[in-house]
Design a protein around this ligand. Structure first.
Ligand SMILES: *Cc1c(COP(=O)(O)O)cnc(C)c1O
Length: 341
């Protein structure tokens, strides 16, 4: 069976680097949404909790419940209003004035501000109204946060949003007196924003892809020595000799121009691997060619190894499929067995 190895040393090295950058592991909210970006929610959560991570971010209550006893606080990004109820560990993201009104008293919330991404969050000029509602409805405001739309791109947009977030910090510090609210925490950085930041000064950072080992900033930035954690392996089902002129797989897109060995391995697009349909320009970790189209449960590779590492860094695959490394990782089926080494 295909399987995933998670490299503990690499994870620890990434967490060492990141906690140094923010000034302590307690400032990291580790983003574990969507099955920990394909790494396996529970196994990954246990590992980082052992390392000392205290805070996690997930998508919904279902994910949060699975890892509840491992962390002090869990930020839930997108639960439906009707499901929200007070909980000693859960922090619910509130994205609109309407949701603020719907949130039950005493619920701990994180208020999301739209500083320019225009995806969700309350508008900057709604902050006064939001603070009044938080006060009137007896909500417990854990933090105020935002998300950058272009933190991994060169250019001024990142700074424009940062400036908007700064103005929110100042404004809240006035409003808290007006509405008798407590001090609150602020966080804005995801991985790429943190990696380009010198002199981190928020209370927390929400870190996903960098913890998994990827620096997604363009090459014009200084690169951080992060190390990918996940490696995908497949096992040999069978092996054959391909003669000159023979074609391999659906549609026969691959044609051998010299004699060689081809083996079939037990991972396919049914396991969440992207479906390769071209000829000869995608290779495995050791440089072996992938031969022809990917099948649902299998893939032909020019190799005779019993087991083969399909990838230990998804950068090449992301490029091949014109997507981002997140997309290659997150699609890996939860059914594949995962193990730390
Ligand atoms: C997914 C997500 C993150 C983490 O982003 P990375 O680029 O993986 O670090 C942070 N904040 C929010 C709101 C997110 O949705």
């Amino acid at each position: 069976m295909s399987y995933i190895l998670l490299h503990r040393d690499n994870l620890h090295s990434n967490l060492d680097l990141l906690s140094k950058k923010v000034g302590g592991i307690e400032k990291i909210f580790a983003v574990l949404k969507d099955n920990a970006y394909g790494h396996g929610l529970e196994i990954f959560a246990k590992e980082i909790a052992n390392y000392g991570v205290k805070r996690a971010v997930v998508r919904d209550i279902d994910e949060a419940s699975k890892i509840k006893n491992l962390f002090q606080e869990i930020l839930i990004l997108s639960e439906k209003d009707e499901q929200i109820k007070p909980d000693s560990k859960f922090i619910f993201t509130v994205n609109s004035i309407k949701s603020l009104k719907n949130t039950p008293k005493k619920t701990t919330i994180a208020l999301k501000i739209d500083t320019g991404m225009h995806r969700n969050g309350i508008a900057i000029d709604e902050l006064d109204r939001a603070c009044k509602l938080i006060s009137d409805n007896g909500l417990n405001l854990h933090s105020i946060f935002t998300h950058f739309r272009a933190s991994d791109e060169l250019g001024s947009e990142f700074f424009w949003q940062k400036q908007n977030f700064l103005s929110i910090k100042t404004k809240y510090n006035e409003l808290k007196h007006k509405y008798n609210l407590k001090n609150t925490f602020f966080h804005s950085c995801s991985s790429s924003a943190l990696l380009r930041t010198k002199g981190f000064d928020d209370d927390f950072a929400r870190i996903g892809i960098a913890m998994y080992g990827y620096d997604t900033l363009p090459n014009s930035f200084d690169k951080s020595p992060l190390k990918p954690v996940l490696e995908l392996f497949a096992q040999k089902i069978s092996q054959r000799h391909i003669k000159v002129g023979e074609r391999v797989g659906y549609g026969g897109v691959y044609r051998a121009d010299k004699e060689h060995i081809s083996s079939l391995y037990d991972v396919g697009y049914g396991d969440g691997l992207f479906r390769y349909v071209k000829n000869g320009d995608l290779t495995t970790t050791n440089g072996s060619k992938i031969l022809g189209k990917t099948s649902m449960d299998s893939i032909s590779i020019q190799s005779d190894l019993e087991e083969i590492s399909i990838f230990n860094d998804t950068t090449l695959w992301a490029k091949q499929f014109n997507t981002i490394v997140y997309d290659i990782l997150v699609k890996l089926s939860p059914k594949i067995k995962r193990e730390f080494i």
